[in-house]
Design a protein. Sequence first.
Length: 333
Amino acid sequence: MCTLAAFAAVLAPVALVAQEITFFRIGTGSTAGTYFPIGGIIASAISKPPGSRDCAAGGSCGVPGLIAVAQSTAGSVANVRGIADGTLESGLSQADVSFWAYKGKGLFKKTGAITKLRAIANLFPEAVHLVVSRNSGIESVADLRGKRISLDRKGSGTRVDALLILKAYGVRLKDITAEARPVGEAVDLLREGELDGFFMVVGTPSTAVAELANDSLIRLIPISGPKADKLRKNYPFFSADRIAAGTYFNVPATETLSVGAEWLVSADMPEELVYRITRALWDPSTRRLLDNGHPKGRLIKIDSALDGLAVPLHPGARRYYEEAGLDLLAKEH
């Protein structure tokens, strides 16, 4: 009996620790993309397994008992659907995909609105690239008329964005020879002279665009001015952006639009948990991880955490930002 009692005494704390563990999945994208490594950095920052060294002693400053993991997925659409059906606790998504999912429009017109989507933060911008052949004669969006342009695959967020941009500038789909090519094919076709240009929504610099620029084959077309301003007003997931000179070889600074890469959860996620996760995301120790872990990590800043949000903030995240003194009325849509 004494032996059994002693054994039970040893097991009790172990069972208690096990009960305190919370697993938290972050849906990302392919392992070759940007979302997966960024998700991994965030997962590391917010995790604090039982028994971890205290934050003040140089240990994890994450959420006590939380074990977060970055899960590779098919990307934004898969992530918002995973949040909706409960196979993911959270996920990264382009703001435009978040918008269509929340509204039940565009890509989600047939499947219906996912109204439980809530935001933790806007992370970093993904710029709209309108890439055209240097010899195409295209100088503006209006010049796309009569040209062979790839809008990306049907069902993609890039294609929906491209159609909105064309419409804003008065270019009808029938005015161009529209292709539905994935980026890799579009790059090859442009290089071979069989395509005049293509749209791409991606964080800068894009390897595909850089390779074309290094061979002096392309230029970028600006998406700016009153028409772009009206587009941003009508679709809050768009933000004004600028692809800096030097981002691509021999390509000057280009004004454009961008959509944010957002971190989303379900409205059903407990407020206290999301509050603690948000606080861990912006802890000074996380800043070091982001700055040293990935080039896009340096762009993840609390000052832009509320920019261009396509869905409402989760109450837990809102509570943190209010305590941090952010002007929610001025920045949140």
